[in-house]
Design a protein around this ligand. Structure first.
Ligand code: HEM
Length: 262
């Protein structure tokens, strides 16, 4: 029999996979948050830095992998990481519950642990609901608040995070707070799963987990807050007619046979 099934049956192996996939997802959210900060450059000459960045994500390595090829490789890695992460977390939770028929002696600790793990489940579930809605809003343009074009990211953000649709930025802020909590506890668990925790290092790890959570959640939250408060300059692509012109112009700048791909 192959060694792989045995490896997966052992919970230490599963914990390692949860930790590695968690690290991949953390790296993605850090990269995504840094990319989003390009909105701070505003709407320079009608081609905002964030629009240029979104175009680059699709054209990078296109000589070898075709249009959006690298982006699709990253998407597939993320999908595999999310599926493995969630299924193994659920599997480990079920196993640990089954393996613990005798009640804990130290009740306070148990309460703390169950609050933390419940928080992980609730925040994870919220992220699971959020991600498809988020992709339908900003990547495919299926759910539209105001107006949308896949070539005008700055405009799309300005349109969705406006006073008129106040519940959209509010929803984002709530989800990002949950993301921060999930990251804090998740990062801390990764250190434990990897066996790095020890009384003299734990303080440092807790601080590191807290810094990651605050920087990532804070960076993300700043974007809807800035648009919502009206602090960001209005995009030059204000009305739908201009939006269509910009979309045609930008899609012509990329290979025509792929201009409608996400
Ligand atoms: C305030 C917070 C956020 C903002 C403003 C934001 C904005 C955006 C925008 C504008 C896009 C489309 C980019 C493009 O078309 O090139 C996008 C895509 C995406 N975002 Fe976010 N995002 C936020 C938070 C998050 C979080 C927390 C996650 C995951 C936990 C996430 C996951 C994704 C994914 C998976 C995509 C699709 C990438 C692709 O396949 O092209 N986003 N986001």
């Amino acid at each position: 029999m192959s060694r792989w099934p045995n490896f997966f049956r052992v919970s230490i192996g599963k914990k390692a996979v949860v930790a590695v996939t968690g690290c991949i997802l953390v790296l993605f959210v850090i990269a995504h948050m840094i990319g989003n900060l390009k909105v701070y450059y505003g709407d320079d000459d009608g081609m905002p830095a964030i629009d240029e960045y979104a175009m680059n994500l699709r054209t990078i390595g296109s000589e070898f992998f075709g249009y959006a090829g690298v982006l699709w490789i990253v998407r597939i890695i993320l999908i595999v990481a999310v599926v493995l992460h969630i299924s193994l977390v659920i599997d480990l939770a079920i196993r640990s519950r089954r393996a613990r028929p005798i009640k804990y002696k130290h009740r306070p600790k148990r309460i703390m642990a169950s609050i933390a793990s419940r928080l992980m489940m609730v925040s994870g579930l919220l992220l699971l609901i959020y991600i498809p809605l988020h992709i339908l809003e900003f990547t495919t343009g299926t759910i539209v608040f105001g107006s949308y074009s896949q070539w005008t990211v700055y405009h799309n953000l300005h349109s969705a995070f406006s006073m008129e649709y106040w519940y959209v930025p509010l929803f984002y802020i709530i989800v990002m707070v949950c993301l921060g909590l999930h990251l804090y506890h998740g990062a801390w668990s990764v250190f434990q799963s990897l066996g790095w925790d020890s009384p003299d290092r734990n303080r440092g790890f807790r601080w590191l987990a807290m810094v990651i959570a605050i920087v990532v959640a804070g960076g993300f939250i700043s974007v809807p807050v800035l648009f919502w408060s009206g602090a960001m300059p209005e995009p030059t692509t204000l009305n739908t007619t201009t939006l269509e012109d910009v979309a045609t112009e930008r899609s012509n700048a990329t290979p025509s046979n792929v201009s409608t791909q996400q």
